[in-house]
Design a protein around this ligand. Structure first.
Ligand SMILES: Cc1ncc(COP(=O)(O)O)c(C=O)c1O
Length: 252
């Protein structure tokens, strides 16, 4: 059968290519002592998530609670970071608690005090604690706490006894607006500088940071080599579609 014989629309995935991409980036991450918790929203396949585990993924980042539940139901994920999920209503929180009940570590991303107050209040009812990281806005301007407000934000978060601070993360999605590998590197360096400043300030104030993370495929190579980060959350890297190739360093 020729590829042109398939009915359309049809998604065809080159699994050998997927494995090649995973091998390259997971082995590089291992060399630099970094964890990759892949963003699942790119592929939404438990089949591919399982392959990612083979290469060393011991956690995943999700874009929706549906994705999280599939990874838990299929016993693929032991750790889940809720990437783009706002847990701001009782139903979402109850879905998160169901996941926790199954022995999975859930790390929330928080950038809003009202949402934090709601979650903390609900957790008190169940006498449960959850880990969270603070989302930092490093240039995308879609979500996240502004770097200069992080210390103040965290001092206000201290009143929430059921939320445990474990780190800071960012998503430099604005990198997709640049056109050359050199410009990608400039974005990666700027984001890293901002995150580095945030980390130094928080460390000076006595905060412990288990997770300092960033997530984007164009910046991935730079991020893996960057001592600022402990965790990386790329999604597209699994496919490295040709439309991204012009953004990647020539050495890849
Ligand atoms: C919050 C978050 N983290 C990570 C990623 C993964 O980035 P990329 O698609 O560049 O791999 C995305 C993708 O949009 C995202 O929204």
């Amino acid at each position: 059968m020729d590829v042109y014989d398939f009915p359309t629309p049809m998604v065809l995935i080159d699994i050998a290519r997927v494995r090649k991409n995973l091998e390259k980036y997971f082995s590089m991450a291992k060399k630099f002592g970094k964890k990759i918790w892949p963003m699942v929203k790119t592929h939404k396949f438990s089949y591919i998530a399982r392959i990612q585990c083979e290469y060393g993924a011991d956690g995943f980042t999700v874009g929706t609670l549906d994705e999280a539940e599939v990874l838990v139901e299929k016993k693929i994920a032991k750790t889940l970071m809720l990437g783009n999920v706002y847990v701001a209503d009782k139903e979402s929180l109850s879905r998160v608690l169901d996941i926790v009940e199954q022995g999975v570590r859930v790390v929330l991303r928080i950038d809003n005090l009202e949402v934090a107050a709601f979650i903390d209040d609900q957790l008190k009812r169940y006498d449960l604690e959850l880990d969270y990281v603070v989302k930092i806005d490093t240039g995308l301007h879609r979500f996240g706490v502004k770097p200069e407000h992080v210390v103040d934000f965290l001092s206000k978060m201290q009143r929430f006894s059921k939320l445990r601070f474990v780190g800071v993360v960012t998503h430099p999605g604005h990198v997709y607006s640049v056109k050359t590998p050199q410009e990608v590197e400039v974005v990666a360096r700027e984001v890293s500088k901002t995150m580095g400043r945030v980390v130094s300030e928080l460390s000076r104030k006595g905060f412990d940071l288990e997770i300092v993370g960033t997530g984007s495929t164009p910046t991935l190579k730079h991020d893996i080599e960057d001592p600022t980060y402990t965790h990386l959350f790329p999604g597209n890297f699994v496919y490295l579609e040709t439309y991204l190739q012009h953004l990647l360093p020539k050495t890849l």
